[in-house]
Ligand binder design. Structure first.
Ligand SMILES: [Zn+2]
Length: 500
């Protein structure tokens, strides 16, 4: 009797399992406790803000890889790291960490200039002649000998006064100065204090770039390029009238340190004999900005709970759900590093994909700054792909409304990892916590030390994660392959990638 009862109950549980709807499958694996576990760990002070290339960034990567391992997500076949003989969840990326030059002195015509930034460094101890050359464009060189001299120019061009546009002329001006034998370009930038503050902040901090062989070529004659603050071009006008200028430029080289960071990648095969050849990418960056300026409370660890422990948890939630209830299409899970350093992990991935990009039919990214409306999820690019309905239906099923980018003029679509996939032609929106505008409720936490795990509303987050996973399931089970909306900017790229 006992055994018969056991048998019947087993049979019943099997039947319920098979009759589960997608929504029930989502509810079965995603619980508040699990999501809290991920977010509290990833945003713990011990991880020091997960800055790319730090040991704590690697601890986060290890947590993600081993969560995938625990769920039964497989590493991508043939992703074997050098010196190993087993497949790995890690895609290692070699990066250059470049510190700003430490010693820098610039004096022209007896005057020393303090407000300056190095655009292109080059170790030098120069004492000699400088020459004023207007904008430093082709025509300005006519009849001038700049050999072994410093070239002084004003920013922009005849019709380009804006500092941001001036930045675009740097390559050209550098090239011209080099061709004519100059040793350095000093550009006087006509801008205001506020803009200069951003420029200074940007160039006078260390930065991280993907290491390429090209950067290692030494011995080639390089030239230094500096920007000097010069509101209304007062200094430039003063120098314009002078014929011969004495100058001094002392600069130490940059310090370049090689660091390694990882994308974390795993896959689950789909169940449909045909559709399993198509992959949905579920992605989020796991890095954040590390340790920074102390806030009013004395906190200096930028934990990045919203940005992007939350996004990371969407992908973990999808991965766990997928191993238990695989979808028709296959899944590729990617956790990117280096997003905060300029979308580096995703750039590296699209340049070095582990699986052919034309088999990736969708990239469902998640990145988060903050939220100010717990009745919605905000999807950057919602209306730009044919999966709009799937995403809306999924949100509705969990009591949320899916809305599109409320501030397209901010260009958020191009500011997260989805961008690199979109450029390749892969339909790729970004799923974000609900915000209706980038207001104080968002900026209070966005890239602030106070972005901590205990400031989040986990009842809301549960609905948010369940919506993401259900949306992913609906897209992955949909008979029709997702596409860009007709007329989208990336529609052509999509056609050429998929050959249709
Ligand atoms: Zn982010």
């Amino acid at each position: 009797m006992k055994y018969i009862l056991l048998f019947i109950s087993l049979l019943l549980s099997t039947i319920t399992l098979y009759s589960q709807s997608d929504k029930e499958k989502v509810e079965a694996t995603i619980t508040k406790n699990k999501i809290e576990g991920h977010i509290y760990f990833l945003a713990d002070d011990l991880l020091k803000g997960r800055e790319t290339g730090t040991p704590e960034n690697k601890i986060a990567a290890s947590y993600l890889a081993n969560s995938l391992r625990g769920y039964g997500v497989k590493p991508v076949t043939q992703n074997v790291l050098k010196g190993s003989n087993t497949e790995s969840y890690f895609q290692e990326i070699k990066l250059n960490k470049i510190s700003p030059v430490k010693r820098l002195l610039l004096a022209i015509d007896g005057e020393e200039f303090k407000k300056k930034v190095v655009i292109k460094p080059n170790k030098m101890e120069f004492r000699g002649e400088a020459i004023y050359l207007g904008y430093g464009l082709e025509n300005d060189y006519k009849g001038k000998d700049v050999t072994e001299k410093i070239v002084i120019v004003r920013s922009g061009g005849p019709n380009i006064p804006d500092a941001r546009a001036a930045f675009g002329l740097i390559e050209q001006k550098e090239q011209l100065a080099k061709e004519h034998g100059a040793v350095a370009v000093i550009e006087f930038v006509d801008t205001n204090e506020t803009t200069w503050g951003f420029i200074d902040h940007n160039f006078n901090t260390s930065r991280i770039e993907i290491a390429t062989d090209k950067e290692k070529k030494e011995g080639k004659k390089e030239l230094a390029y500096l920007w000097v603050y010069d509101e209304n071009n007062i200094q430039a006008k003063k120098l314009e009238s002078k014929d011969k200028l004495n100058s001094k430029l002392m600069m130490e080289g940059e310090e370049i340190e090689t660091v390694i960071s990882q994308n974390v990648i795993g896959m689950v095969e789909g169940t449909d004999p045909q559709l399993k050849n198509e992959f949905i990418i579920y992605s989020a960056h796991y890095d954040h900005i590390g340790i920074g300026k102390q806030d009013a409370t004395g906190d200096e660890i930028y934990n990045g709970a919203r940005d992007n422990a939350v996004g990371t948890t969407t992908v973990l939630s999808m991965a766990e759900n997928m191993t238990k209830y695989p979808t028709k299409r296959s899944a590729l899970f990617i956790f990117f590093t280096g997003e905060e350093k300029g979308l580096l992990g995703s750039q590296y991935y699209v340049e070095n994909p582990l699986l052919p990009l034309n088999k990736m039919v969708y990239c469902f990214n998640s990145d988060n700054g903050g939220y100010n409306d717990t009745s919605i999820a905000t999807i950057i690019g919602l209306g730009r792909t044919s999966a709009e309905k799937n995403i809306k239906d999924a949100a509705t099923a969990f009591g949320l409304n899916a809305i599109d980018d409320p501030n397209p003029e901010m260009g958020l679509f191009n500011q997260s990892d989805n961008f690199h996939f979109a450029e390749k032609g892969i339909p790729a929106p970004t799923f974000s916590l609900g915000f209706r505008s980038f207001d104080g409720d968002v900026t209070k936490y966005y890239h602030q030390a106070g972005d901590e795990a205990d400031t989040l509303d986990y009842d809301y987050l549960l609905k948010f994660f369940q919506s993401y996973v259900l949306a992913g399931r609906l897209i992955a089970n949909e008979p029709k392959t997702p596409t860009w909306t007709a007329g989208d900017k990336y529609e052509e790229a999509g056609k050429s990638l998929y050959g249709n």
